[in-house]
Design a protein around this ligand. Structure first.
Ligand code: FAD
Ligand code: SF4
Ligand code: SF4
Length: 417
């Protein structure tokens, strides 16, 4: 019997489960597919309801991880296979080459000489990085990485020549690691629903129609515009902004469930607009506004702002007008009649789709929406955490990930009874 825990996914949920387990004395393997930890939260500008920067909370967790010798962090890695049973699993983990080794001191000299650009996926492709890059300014680990799908390889080697520390290894190879664990916690999180599939809302066709995760990056000081919320066609400041709720959510053709956080995310982002442009006007088009429990006060505060209108009605379509603005047509249910209004920027409140729906881990059982519920698992010892188990906010993710760590203790050595 084993006592170690494997955690798949290094977002806020996976980090929480890993830290809680390690601080209770368990050996933990934390496996993250990206080159950095933090998941989607690291791409947020601020957290509702306090509107504080998420990087503060992440930094506390990074520190707890750094000082704990029981956690082995494996970035750029995926679990290929898990065999065995609760208390005695064997997992095979593949780690993609980073092409930059432990000697990297993040001096940025390689970036200055690299001739190749690539879309910056951290900024949802709204900006570019070089082929060799640091994923983002606060990345953990603070190590550079090379995107070999665009790198010119040894024929170029400019970065190798520029690096005084011998940190670049263009011939680095994939590694395979096998670990023995008692339980596997799946904290694989979510991705934004592809708004391009919602044909009437113009995403991907109208420049000034963006989604809510892009709005987080657009508002962030380390984002593509240095935090300036601007029109996407001409970089002019925005005067009128609309938020379209339930873009794809609660719709049998897209995501049948409520993503539970998008109303709060739009209210938060309305704050970003109002703070940056005191004269700006914001309209929030909703079917039902959901601000449960402690979040009610956050909504009520925004409701008092005279420049923010909450309009109940499902948006029928969004079109581009001659000036490039986005025109929203909506049935105003409470006011009566059809509304047609143009905006500098329209933000679609797209929902959270579970990553495992399209990137399923072996033997994990998912419900019809693609989430992993504990009670449905046929393998005892496979434990969901955070948004992998349902669409929830950060506080709930942290709570249920702590629960997932406790559940993992019930597998293998140390279990009661
Ligand atoms: C627009 C928007 C704004 C939001 N704002 C807030 C807010 O202000 N406050 C709040 O409380 N909540 C907010 N949320 C919700 C918040 O983002 C989630 O609660 C949080 O991201 C959950 O974290 P997680 O770790 O479960 O998932 P994620 O953040 O998605 O992390 C999952 C991690 O797992 C990794 N992963 C995925 N698959 C694999 C695999 N097969 N192998 C290895 N690694 C894998 C991913 O790369 C990622 O790092 C917002 C959501 C949206 C859509
Ligand atoms: S790889 Fe070398 S040149 Fe690039 S940041 Fe790291 S230490 Fe500097
Ligand atoms: S070898 Fe690749 S990463 Fe290095 S400078 Fe050339 S293109 Fe950039």
């Amino acid at each position: 019997m084993q006592s170690s825990v494997l955690v798949v996914g290094g977002g806020i949920s996976g980090m929480t489960a890993a830290i809680e387990a390690a601080e209770c004395g368990r050996q933990v393997y934390l496996v993250e597919k990206e080159a950095y930890l933090g998941g989607r939260v690291s791409k947020m500008n601020k957290y509702f309801p306090k509107l504080c920067p998420p990087l503060c909370g992440l930094e506390i967790n990074f520190r707890r991880l750094r000082v704990n010798p029981l956690v082995t962090v494996m970035t750029g890695s995926k679990v290929e296979k898990v065999t065995g049973a609760s208390g005695d699993f064997t997992a095979v983990i593949k780690t993609a080459p980073r092409y930059v080794n432990e000697k990297c001191v993040a001096c940025d000299d390689c970036v200055k000489v690299c001739p190749v650009n690539r879309p910056d996926d951290f900024n949802y492709n709204m900006s570019e990085t070089k082929a060799v890059y640091l994923p983002h300014a606060m990345a953990m680990p603070a190590k550079y990485v090379i995107d070999m799908s665009v790198c010119k390889g040894e024929a170029c080697s400019e970065c190798v020549k520029a690096c005084k520390y011998g940190a670049i290894e263009l011939n680095m190879e994939e590694k395979t690691t096998t670990v023995k664990v008692a339980a596997v916690v799946y904290a694989t999180g979510w991705k934004p629903y592809d708004a391009g599939k919602i044909e009437n809302l113009g995403y991907g066709q109208i420049k000034n129609v963006i989604n809510n995760v892009e709005m987080e990056r657009l508002s962030a000081v380390n984002g593509p515009t240095g935090g300036k919320i601007v029109r996407q066609d001409n970089a002019e400041p925005v005067k009128k902004v609309a938020f379209v709720q339930c873009a794809g959510s609660r719709d049998e053709n897209h995501l049948p469930y409520c993503s539970s956080i998008c109303c709060l995310a739009s209210i938060k982002q309305a704050n970003y607009v109002r703070d940056q442009y005191p004269e700006s006007e914001v309209s929030i088009f909703y079917i039902d506004l959901r601000a449960p429990g402690k979040y009610e006060a956050f909504y009520k505060k925004m409701e008092k702002d005279k420049n923010v209108k909450f309009i109940k009605g499902k948006v029928a379509r969004i079109e581009q007008d001659e000036s490039g603005r986005a025109t929203v047509t909506v049935e105003d249910i409470l006011g009566g009649g059809k509304l047609k209004e143009s905006f500098d920027l329209v933000v679609l409140a797209t929902g959270m789709e579970p990553t495992m729906k399209t990137d399923k881990a072996v033997d994990v059982v998912l419900n019809d929406d693609g989430f992993m519920e504990l009670d449905r698992q046929t393998v005892d010892g496979f434990i969901p955490a955070g948004v992998a188990s349902g669409p929830v906010d950060v506080t709930t993710s942290i709570q249920n990930s702590t629960g997932a760590a406790l559940r993992a203790f019930q597998c293998g050595v140390g279990k009661r009874g």
